[in-house]
Design a protein around this ligand. Structure first.
Ligand SMILES: *Cc1c(COP(=O)(O)O)cnc(C)c1O
Ligand code: SF4
Length: 336
């Protein structure tokens, strides 16, 4: 095969050199299912996984790696305890794909370092802290774990009397749906009450296979939610999101959060202006039932956690002094 040179690439396409620099910093992982889906559907799917020279733009390089400060609220490795009654617990360093916009881009494919030691230390922390009634397992992706390992973690959490509910955040139903089997579902039901938070961003991800995956989980009695990230040029319009949320409901998946993309280094080119998300939600409220509407959520740039801004709680919308008023009355600057 002839070597490809920059001249031979279509106008505007990234050169191999610049892509090499991107992937040296931010690894690429694409599986067969999602690659095939990208081929069939094109941009809105493909852009979620294909490396882009923009990841190394000046603007991106100026951003923090962990703006929402998960690591500084971390009493033990891989566990974030920001809210009194619930913890975020990273138990897997494997993902079905590497999403280019990931909030944990700093860790994806590298330093997450989940070991049996960090997992036991996290479980011990939860056992020692009776205010924790809700454990959100994430990663990486917990459903990428070896099923016996996942079963062991759920079993240990279930032995802690104050843990009322377990949640699992997973991209697997969207990105590797064939992994959802009835065997896996029965492992999850052993963690009951256990919720699965899926992560779908675009109607093109709602394939027959994804539908089957959700059906297996829902038939096993597992409540399903979806967390969507608002992504520039991918799903940042009311029509796309309405189609996504309404179809999710038909799959027995309740839209839970629509996340404003965090100001994370390497992901800036996916970010939308704050008011755009708010306006999209206002438009959707006019069109459809709150059943189909997630809560628009923003992780504050000062590390104070999530807020749910509306037009009424944004000061100087769109301007250089834009700020969010928090429920406890603080005014937190939020620049687009
Ligand atoms: C988002 C998040 C949770 C879960 O919060 P909910 O708003 O209840 O879904 C828990 N811990 C951390 C650190 C989080 O960022
Ligand atoms: S699967 Fe989840 S954790 Fe992994 S890269 Fe995608 S968004 Fe990030």
């Amino acid at each position: 095969m002839e070597p490809k040179t920059a001249e031979k690439l279509p106008h505007g396409a990234p050169s191999e050199v610049s892509l090499k620099n991107v992937t040296a910093r931010y690894p690429v992982l694409i599986n067969k299912y999602y690659l095939e889906l990208s081929r069939q559907k094109g941009d809105p799917v493909a852009r979620q996984i294909l490396p882009d020279p923009l990841e190394l733009s000046k603007k991106n390089e100026a951003l923090a790696e962990d703006p929402i400060k998960e690591d500084s609220h971390s009493p033990v490795a891989n566990l974030t305890h920001r809210y009194p009654d619930r913890v975020l617990f990273l138990v897997s360093d494997k993902c079905p794909i590497y999403c280019r916009f990931c909030t944990r881009k700093r860790k994806v494919g590298k330093s997450l370092a989940v070991t049996s030691h960090t997992v036991s230390a996290g479980i011990r922390y939860i056992a020692d802290n009776p205010t924790v009634r809700d454990v959100l397992l994430s990663g990486g992706d917990p459903l990428m774990l070896d099923p016996s390992e996942l079963a062991r973690i759920l079993d240990q959490l279930r032995c802690i009397p104050h843990v009322e509910i377990i949640r699992i955040g997973s991209r697997v139903p969207a990105a590797q749906p064939e992994k959802i089997t009835s065997e896996l579902a029965s492992i999850l039901t052993a963690g009951d009450p256990l919720y699965v938070h899926t992560h779908f961003n675009h109607p093109d991800e709602l394939t027959d296979q994804a539908l089957d995956a959700c059906r297996i989980l829902a038939d096993a009695g597992i409540p399903l939610n979806s967390q969507t990230v608002l992504l520039k040029g991918i799903n940042d319009d009311p029509d796309t999101l309405e189609a996504l949320f309404r179809t999710l409901l038909t799959m027995r998946v309740r839209p839970y959060y629509l996340f404003q993309a965090d100001k994370v280094r390497g992901t800036d080119h996916f970010r939308t202006p704050l008011m755009q998300g708010i306006q999209i939600m206002e438009e959707l409220h006019l069109r459809t039932s709150p059943m189909a509407l997630p809560t628009f959520a923003v992780d504050l740039p000062d590390g104070a956690g999530k807020v749910f801004p509306t037009a009424a709680t944004v000061l100087n919308p769109g301007g250089p002094d834009q700020a969010i008023v928090t429920p406890d009355g603080r005014v937190v600057p939020y620049r687009d």
